[in-house]
Design a protein. Structure first.
Length: 121
């Protein structure tokens, strides 16, 4: 299983990647914003799960989610948004854009594990 982690904070990408590795997910790609993530997705057609931040330069997470969902080949890809935006309106906006699950920072490894298991069935 291949995952893509998108966050403008290299520290947050490292935290998520390390957590995923402890959960047994070793094949993890990363990108620092939506444009870079989209490029990674074009170069790697076998990405199974997208984990993205909301607030990023270049192209934010919400714009990335909308771009991903506009492509038929990604309509069933699980997307988890990991963000500091924890308000009810933000959660609803993200879900309407096509996010499958939502994690508010800061979070524990257990929360990431549960959300990942949830989107993977």
């Amino acid at each position: 299983m291949r995952l893509l982690v998108v966050d403008d904070s290299s520290t947050m990408r490292r935290i998520i990647k390390n957590t995923l590795a402890r959960l047994g997910y070793k094949d993890v790609l990363e990108a620092e914003h939506g444009i870079a993530a989209w490029q990674v997705m074009q170069e790697n057609s076998d990405i199974d799960v997208l984990i993205t931040d909301w607030n990023m330069p270049e192209m934010n997470g919400l714009e990335l989610v909308k771009k991903v969902r506009a492509e038929d080949k990604y309509e069933d890809m699980p997307i988890i948004m990991v963000t500091t935006e924890g308000g009810k309106a933000e959660v609803i906006t993200a879900l309407r854009a096509g996010v499958n699950n939502y994690i508010v920072k800061p979070f524990t490894p257990q929360v990431l594990k549960e959300k990942l298991e949830d989107v993977l069935g």
